[in-house]
Design a protein. Structure first.
Length: 73
């Protein structure tokens, strides 16, 4: 499953980020493989907003399609 397919309120674990450049950018925001985040909002034809540690990050739809995730719980 990819990040763009998650549902609002769902806890997800980042499983893989295939692109090295994207991976390094995500690490700057504290998102790495193995990180558990909550899907805060999925804007139709827009970004996916994820939350962790009292911060929210909007991830563009194209980028979200390249991040593999797995539901937690």
């Amino acid at each position: 499953m990819t990040l763009d397919k998650c549902k609002r309120g769902q806890k997800i674990k980042i499983m893989h980020i295939s692109n090295e450049v994207i991976r390094s950018q995500a690490i700057r925001f504290g998102i790495a493989e193995g990180t558990v985040v909550t899907c805060e909002e999925v804007v139709p034809a827009g970004p996916v907003v994820v939350g962790m540690c009292k911060q929210q990050i909007a991830i563009g739809r194209k980028l979200a399609k390249s991040i593999g995730v797995q539901p937690v719980g």
